[in-house]
Design a protein around this ligand. Sequence first.
Ligand code: DC
Length: 234
Amino acid sequence: MSLAHALFYGVELHFMGLVIAIDGPAGAGKSTIARRLAERLGFTYIDSGAMYRAVALWALQREIDASDVHRVTQLAEAAEITLGAQIHLNGEDVTELIRAADVAAAASRVAIIPGVRRALVEKQRALGQEGNVVMEGRDIGTVVFPAAQLKIFLDAAPHERVKRRVTETPGAHERTVAGQIADRDARDRSRNESPLTQAPDAVYLDSTRLSLAEVEEEILKLVRARMTNGKEFH
Ligand code: DC
């Protein structure tokens, strides 16, 4: 188990094997918040969506359609994906490539395939097994780490999620982005295998009217509450 500590409200806290799971729809701010939180706590940040994007990119490069369940599953099983400041797929830096809109759309298609999910969930569990991780995605609190000590379901109104994506994507058009997000949300929520849903024990956080700093503060309050009410993280 890994041990991390953070100076937190003036108190030195020690964490052992803690998993913070952040799930929610596209554009809710999960990545930014998860990264900031990990930095603040001295944890490892794990972007599970980047793995689905990497598999989708590889399928696109090989011209394998997402409907070819067998071959896409083979890619997911064979893919060597490393996460960090840069994301590598089979040794190639794909950090920028996986952010393209066509890769995002393909990612939500390959994410429907049970074999792909099985392969990637296994990789995610291996990455998180040491603990002291902030992992974000769609099924982290429900499937990947159902025993995570803190689960957040981070949401925001659709118009706000579209606005945020448009702001962070140069040249993006609001109507196009709205369509892309609506399609992805529909696929992510309606698939049979591990659909996007709030875990019963997740804390629902609506970030529509909150700044990044406010969302971060809310989550840090939850971390502190869990640390001080007898549910210490070890
Ligand atoms: O978080 P993101 O936008 O990078 O995710 C890309 C796609 O991957 C998303 O549309 C659904 C899928 N995904 C998933 O099914 N499960 C996860 N844990 C993370 C992402």
